[in-house]
Write a protein that binds this ligand. Structure first.
Ligand SMILES: CC(C)(COP(=O)(O)OP(=O)(O)OC[C@H]1O[C@@H](n2cnc3c(N)ncnc32)[C@H](O)[C@@H]1OP(=O)(O)O)[C@@H](O)C(=O)NCCC(=O)NCCS
Length: 181
């Protein structure tokens, strides 16, 4: 897994010394508002970090690549992006992203996710890549739209998450619609 540089960001594998920065992100209730897990304590963040450090190779469906995202200007860890290889038979993948709230609204999630689409389509030969989100997660939907993905489905109360029924929205992009430019 090679580091990837974009205009303002550096995507790289996670390291053991990322624990404090990851804790600063994952312990915040506002970060996990629309995702499956809740605010994490240090032990849960350590377990998450261990998983992320291990997620560096796509050898079988279900595997994922997780990139820590640093600001190139300061070297600070501000979030992460993930590419999951969901199906070999159907050549499908999924992307996800999560950033520190102090850094929201600056285009970082969009900038960091774009190279993962390129990796998925151009290097892994995926046919379709999806993004899935809680129907209330407008910022996430907007990122997927900015990436050129199509809103394909809105599933009403199809999941029970943290004590409530939630809607799931699915965005997708096909390889032939991927504009590498
Ligand atoms: C989703 C998330 C990664 C977006 O990160 P980001 O770096 O702020 O994303 P960007 O700056 O690239 O784009 C965000 C877009 O959403 C818009 N937005 C933000 N909050 C919004 C809201 N409540 N309603 C509508 N649009 C909103 C921003 O204006 C921006 O769009 P614009 O560029 O057209 O102005 C970030 O909000 C986050 O980490 N959330 C917590 C974790 C999470 O929910 N991850 C996604 C799981 S599916």
């Amino acid at each position: 897994m090679q580091p990837i540089e974009t205009e303002r960001l550096r995507l790289r594998p996670y390291r053991p010394d990322d624990l404090d920065a990851l804790y600063a992100i994952q312990s915040r209730p506002d970060v996990s508002r629309f995702i499956y897990w809740g605010a994490r304590d240090r032990a849960a963040v350590q377990a998450s970090l261990d998983q992320k450090i291990a997620a560096t190779r796509l050898t079988a469906p279900g595997d994922s690549l997780t990139y820590a995202v640093d600001l190139r200007a300061t070297g600070a860890l501000i979030g992460d992006v993930i590419l999951i290889w969901t199906s070999a038979e159907h050549h499908q993948g999924e992307i996800g992203f999560l950033f520190h709230p102090d850094q929201h609204g600056r285009g970082y999630a969009t900038e960091a996710a774009r190279p993962l689409l390129r990796l998925g389509f151009e290097e892994l030969g995926l046919h379709r890549i999806v993004g899935r989100l809680d129907g209330r997660n407008a910022a996430s939907a907007r990122v997927l739209e900015k990436l050129g993905m199509r809103r394909e489905a809105h599933l009403v109360e199809n999941e029970w998450v943290k004590g409530e029924w939630t809607d799931e929205v699915i965005y997708a992009l096909l390889a032939r619609d991927w504009d590498a430019g």
